[in-house]
Design a protein around this ligand. Structure first.
Ligand code: HEM
Length: 451
């Protein structure tokens, strides 16, 4: 690393307008971050109220932070807040605890297990599509959330949570409301006051806890009976750290299970919802997708064996997550003072790397707003810098559910698009709403047309 510029902080807007900038960031983070990178370059700092954030947008520097020098950083303050809900599960833990949890959970995501989950995914997607009727208007975002929630319920917990899906989704939305306080310097104080948002959060957490502890209880009762042994919860119940240590207690089980429950459905649901939206707006790509499904499936339902035979379907999803990355920003903080790209950063410096920004950078993706699945033809993809596309993060904290998510997204899209062609209702473009994940603001109302 060069120390030539070590004394310099990264460039960025200066002056006393930081309260206004803070509001601009809170109101429209995607617009704010895009402009910050455009105006100040690949390492840019902006003081927002009491805090300064550093946005890193160069793929090579992102690789350096996430992979090469991953140990010099911990997760962001946003994730520290997520601990209010998730405790010390895989997403929120650090250091040794994280390594131990990762070792214990990894077997649930081995290739042969994912194939097993794939069978459940196609079955549930087919059943879901069977419940749709021609001409019906649905909110595709809510539909996909319902479907991925039932997939996670069945594959990870061996339970049918379809009946509680709406309740669980509402509890999650309420719980995430409090995460919005992450940029609020008074958050620790507000959290202790009996404000409506705080009370809503506490109620939501209690509802989610009740569901998770019920699932744990049911699984303990069934343990050893041979029923549904392939699911994640039974695996966690019998998990032992290969490097020593006892089983997980109920509290740890709760943290891991809730983490996977949340991380395992909302992201994939958003990826699928945005994909339906993009397909409806891009008839040529939609026709090619249908062509692939008709040829490969030849009139029969998709099965797990078809995964791997649907390259265009994969390209559609890849391109959809380029334009609408469900995890729109990944945060870190430096453990000690260090240099990034030749700029000096103090200890605890919050650093953001935003797939939203990098995925729409014309240096890597010409005509970045254009939906073009063929960007992902192997020869074109090979020309991209490694971290120009990072919807699943990278390094030791890379998404553990990536292959699960791919399997699910491909099989759900193939199963439903074989029989259905959802149409957008007339109206303005749907705007993204960057909460923890990138949701469509107001949902995506669509009319279901059979094919
Ligand atoms: C399209 C779907 C998905 C996307 C875009 C996505 C994205 C991500 C990203 C970006 C991270 C890294 C965050 C960071 O480094 O700060 C992550 C971590 C994680 N994801 Fe996913 N994810 C998806 C699906 C899933 C699924 C299906 C599961 C589980 C079934 C899952 C479970 C997790 C967990 C547990 C972590 C934390 C891993 C660790 O820190 O060791 N995700 N995900």
């Amino acid at each position: 690393m060069s120390s030539r510029l070590a004394a310099q902080p990264p460039p960025g807007p200066r002056g006393l307008a930081f309260p206004r900038r803070f509001l601009a960031f809170r109101r429209q983070p995607l617009v704010f971050l895009t402009r910050l990178a455009r105006d100040y370059g690949d390492v840019a700092a902006a003081r927002l109220g009491p805090r300064t954030i550093v946005l890193v947008s160069d793929p090579e520097l992102i690789r350096e932070i996430l992979v090469v020098r991953g140990r010099e950083f911990i997760k962001s303050q946003a994730l520290e807040r997520a601990r209010l809900l998730l405790g010390q599960g895989l997403l929120t833990s650090e250091g040794e605890l994280h390594l131990r949890e990762r070792r214990m959970i990894q077997p649930a995501f081995h290739r042969e297990r994912i194939a097993g989950y794939g069978r459940v995914m196609t079955e549930l997607a087919a059943r879901f599509g069977g419940g749709w009727s021609a001409g019906q208007v649905v909110d595709m975002a809510a539909e996909m959330m319902r479907l991925t929630l039932s997939v996670v319920g069945r594959t990870l917990f061996g339970a049918d949570v379809a009946a509680e899906a709406a309740e669980i989704s509402a509890a999650l939305t309420d719980a995430m409301g409090l995460m919005g306080r992450v940029t609020n310097p008074l958050a620790p104080l507000l959290d202790r006051l009996p404000l409506p948002a705080t009370r809503r959060f506490q109620r939501a957490r209690a509802r989610l806890d009740a569901t998770i502890y019920r699932l744990i209880g049911e699984r303990r009762e069934r343990a050893g009976t041979g029923e549904a042994e392939g699911d994640l919860l039974s695996l966690l119940l019998s998990a032992r750290d290969p490097e020593g240590g006892g089983p997980l207690d109920d509290r740890q089980l709760r943290d891991e299970a809730l983490t996977l429950f949340l991380a395992g459905h909302e992201t994939t649901a958003n990826a699928l919802a945005w994909t339906w939206y993009l397909l409806a707006r891009n008839p040529e790509a939609e026709a090619r997708l249908h062509g692939e499904l008709d040829t490969v499936l030849d009139g029969r339902p998709a099965t797990v064996e078809d995964y791997g035979r649907l390259p265009y379907t994969v390209r559609v999803l890849t391109e959809s997550m380029r334009l609408y990355p469900p995890a729109w920003a990944v945060g870190r903080q430096a453990l000690r003072p260090l240099e990034v790209g030749g700029y000096a950063l103090p200890a605890r410096q919050p650093i953001l790397m935003a797939p939203w920004v990098v995925h729409r950078d014309a240096r890597w993706f010409p005509e970045p707003e254009h939906f073009d699945p063929d960007r992902w033809l192997p020869e074109r993809e090979a020309a991209l810098p490694r971290f120009a596309y990072f919807p699943f993060g990278g390094g030791a904290r890379k998404c553990i559910g990536e292959s699960f998510a791919w399997m699910e997204a491909v099989l759900v899209l193939a199963t439903l698009a074989r029989s259905w062609r959802p149409r957008l209702l007339p109206g303005p473009a749907v705007q993204p709403l960057p909460l923890i994940t990138l949701r469509p603001l107001g949902g995506i109302p669509m009319r279901l047309e059979p094919r």
